[in-house]
Design a protein around this ligand. Structure first.
Ligand code: ATP
Ligand code: MG
Length: 557
């Protein structure tokens, strides 16, 4: 079956227009992009947008894309993240041309800093971080020049070499670009290029105790790799002049250009790695891949598919202004993707036992059922039926309001794929809770036999009690809602206490063999994924990906 989810050709956007122009004018011969994560956390859905943009742009014009780790801040980085990021990019469906690390270029980046010093474009500064902040000025006032700005080239070369050699403590000195302390663009007020950090690096070990800053290392890394279009998010717009300054003053052969697009933000979704890490570190969630996390690994474990995620990223497009995307957009695409693919079966999440008093004891039968009413090719299966069943607790009410068409004493309903049953009696425990229903069935009403004498208004689902398979069902709500966060409370006090609900119920017996990652539509409950971590030989665990229906239409949003 053809997957129509992604078949529409990707629409135009301003970055693509630039690429088209650049190819036409001969400014570039081949499009080369990169995805440059910092390995300080797991990737989230915002990163997915950047990944799709970079890889699909190069793909469309037969170019190349590198995966480059921006590993210039060893304090926060870890190989666990390096590995998870590669796994997530591959899972999303992309293969990089080259795997690179900014740390591969440390020697060259250092040599270019020496060049800047020799050209009188960089100097070693001894101001403390505090003093540097004071000297920097504000948006309305120019900065003040550092007293160390006029150091001689020789002194700067000597001090910088000794910084590298480890003669100074963390924070004692930095290397700064000599640009313009009065620039209206604060980024250009002699930005720091190198800082001292006596820290073990996950790749270079203890070879270095000075590390280049992002704004300096990034353009050089791009140039070294021959990146043509360096795509980043809007907050780097002000940094673009520094990007260009670095490329020019460091006399790089290649001249990559930076383009900025709006960050993806999704309603009721935390999108900062710092906060996500806090949720993991404080054990609010079960790791980075907790199904409630907006990480790629969390969404995967919840049950999202790469197809749905890519279709979502395409649909929301690439823009120049920040906005908040409705989370229902994402949900729309997983429903669309699974609609014709997922086996539709019955699961009872909050079980109530039903005994069919006129069904012979010890007898059972197999009833045919369609696997997907909208996709005949998925065929049929047989489900067992016998004297004892489970239905949902809320499919019975002792004193129903009008318009309640499900079970109540004396009422008749249709059991999906089976017979009509009539409720005769509700059995209660000592506290008055209904614990079992006694019903009768009408053998003439077997599903598919064309019986039409009586009309019933309600259809409910069920599973056979003697053969059903026990399962856990996990239902989710947002970890943090936009309303909760806006109150200005500390982040961890905004956690939704109802973000996870675990129910113990039953699924049809043919699901015994279901494996981690298998996806199903449960009649009336929505789409579920078999949790790959918590499913054991003894018990299945299902994550609800999304409920069945929504009136939300992304094309009209
Ligand atoms: P965070 O602020 O969540 O920690 P980051 O920007 O620091 O994210 P990086 O690892 O530096 O994370 O990001 C790698 C790439 O992904 C960058 O090019 C960045 O611009 C992009 N990116 C990060 N978050 C988003 C987002 N929400 N939407 C689109 N692109 C994003
Ligand atoms: Mg970053």
């Amino acid at each position: 079956m053809e997957n129509t989810l992604e078949s529409k050709s990707s629409s135009s956007n301003f970055i693509k227009n630039i690429v088209v122009e650049d190819l036409k004018s001969g400014h570039v011969q081949e499009v080369v992009t990169r995805f440059p994560p910092e390995p300080n956390g797991y990737l989230h859905i915002g990163h997915a947008k950047s990944i799709c943009l970079n890889f699909e742009l190069a793909d469309e014009f037969k170019g190349r894309t590198n995966l480059r780790f921006d590993d210039t801040n060893p304090l926060k980085e870890d190989t666990e993240y390096v590995e998870s990021i590669q796994e997530d990019v591959r899972w999303l469906g992309f293969e990089w041309d080259e795997l690179r690390f900014a740390s591969d270029y440390f020697e060259e980046i250092y040599n270019r800093a020496v060049l800047l010093i020799k050209k009188g474009k960089a100097y070693v500064c001894d101001l403390t971080a505090e003093e540097m902040r004071e000297y920097r000025g504000t948006l309305t006032e120019p900065g003040k020049e550092s007293p160390y700005r006029s150091r001689s080239v020789e002194e700067n070369l000597d001090l910088f070499a000794r910084m590298r050699a480890g003669e100074f403590k963390d924070g004692e000195r930095v290397l700064r670009a000599k640009i313009d302390m009065a620039s209206p663009n604060i980024t250009l007020r002699d930005p720091v290029l190198y800082r001292i950090a006596h820290t073990h690096h996950h790749r270079t070990g203890d070879a270095w105790c000075i590390y280049p800053m992002y704004d300096y290392a990034h353009p050089l890394s791009d140039a070294i790799e021959g990146i043509t279009h360096s795509i980043c998010t809007l907050e780097f717009e002000d940094h673009r002049p520094l990007y260009d300054w670095t490329i020019a003053e460091c006399e790089m052969e290649a001249t990559p250009r930076q383009y900025e697009f709006a960050r993806l933000n999704v309603t009721n979704t935390v999108m900062s790695k710092r906060k996500l890490k806090q949720l993991v570190d404080e054990a609010v969630v079960d790791g980075w891949d907790d199904p409630r996390m907006p990480t790629i690994s969390g969404l995967r474990r919840k049950g999202y598919t790469p197809e749905a995620m890519r279709a979502f990223c395409r649909e929301i497009g690439v823009s120049k202004s920040n906005s908040l995307v409705d989370e229902r957009n994402l949900e729309h695409f997983i429903r669309e993707d699974l609609k014709l693919k997922a086996l539709r079966t019955m699961a009872v999440l909050r079980p109530l036992k039903v005994v069919i008093t006129n069904y012979p004891e010890g007898q059972s039968e197999l009833l045919p059922a369609e696997n997907n009413a909208e996709n005949e090719a998925m065929g049929t299966r047989e489900i067992p039926f016998s004297r004892e069943l489970y239905i949902e607790q809320d499919d019975f009410m002792e004193n129903p309001p009008s318009k309640y068409f499900r079970l109540f004493p004396g009422n008749e309903v249709r059991l999906k794929n089976a017979y009509f049953i009539t409720c005769q009696e509700a059995i209660k425990d000592a506290d008055g809770n209904v614990i079992e229903l006694r019903c009768t069935y009408d053998p003439k009403t077997k599903s598919g036999t064309g019986f039409s004498e009586r009309k019933v208004k309600g259809t409910i689902h069920w599973v056979d009690a003697s053969q059903a398979v026990a399962a856990d069902f996990r239902l989710f709500e947002p970890l943090i809602t936009n309303e909760a966060e806006e109150e200005g409370k500390p982040f961890l006090e905004c956690i939704n206490p109802n973000s996870l609900e675990v129910l113990q119920g039953f699924v049809e017996p043919n699901m015994k063999e279901a494996a981690g990652g298998d996806k199903f539509q449960f009649f009336r409950h929505g789409y579920f994924n078999v949790d790959p971590k918590d499913t054991t030989a003894e018990k299945l665990a299902f994550n609800r990906i999304v409920s069945l229906k929504s009136s939300f239409d992304p094309s009209k949003a």
